[in-house]
Write a protein that binds this ligand. Structure first.
Ligand code: ZN
Length: 181
């Protein structure tokens, strides 16, 4: 089932999301719906707050970008209760967008490498070190679980320059080809 994407301005995007337990009701269906919603909207990552649930669940599949970034070929991943335990490596600046902020693309600086602990869809624990573009996608989605969006990380001047666009999203003056709320 395709779910509506909550847009910038919705309070749920500003909440710190709660961890879930293995017996979270309807988890399997929720994950299926999140992947379907992400694919339908041409996203490469989706965090539960973006579908209105303040829980620590993220789905990612950046394989459509594998032509440019071969390392992304097998990047389909479910992160439950993720914890980024440390960051390392260089700062890398790249343009990002977000399904909750349609029409906005801004350069964001992030660390190249993360150490992360998470549960997969079967609640099996993983500890991994991830670098490059996938580390960026995970940091972007992780921000959603902390109540942040990527425009929080741009310079105050850039944020001022796009404030009109942000206000338009809050007012619902946006057009996108997926269901929104
Ligand atoms: Zn996002």
């Amino acid at each position: 089932m395709i779910l509506p994407i909550y847009l910038y301005g919705q309070p749920v995007l500003r909440k710190v999301a709660e961890p879930i337990t293995k017996d979270y009701p309807g988890l399997k269906t929720l994950l299926e719906n999140m992947f379907e919603t992400m694919y339908k909207s041409d996203g490469i990552g989706l965090a539960a707050p973006q579908i209105g649930l303040a829980i620590r669940v993220v789905v990612i599949d950046a394989s459509p970008m594998a032509e440019e970034e071969p390392s992304l070929a097998n990047s389909k991943i479910t992160l439950i209760n993720p914890q980024i335990t440390s960051f390392e490596g260089d700062n890398v600046t790249m343009e990002e967008g977000c399904l909750s902020l349609p029409g906005i693309h801004e350069a964001v600086t992030r660390k190249n490498t993360i150490h992360i602990t998470y549960m997969d869809e079967n609640f099996v624990e993983h500890k991994e070190v991830i670098s490059g573009y996938l580390a960026r996608v995970i940091q972007h989605e992780y921000d959603h679980l902390e109540g942040h969006v990527f425009t929080d990380r741009i310079s105050p001047i850039r944020r001022q320059l796009i404030s009109g666009k942000l206000q338009n999203i809050i007012k619902g003056k946006v057009s996108c080809n997926y269901k929104t709320k």
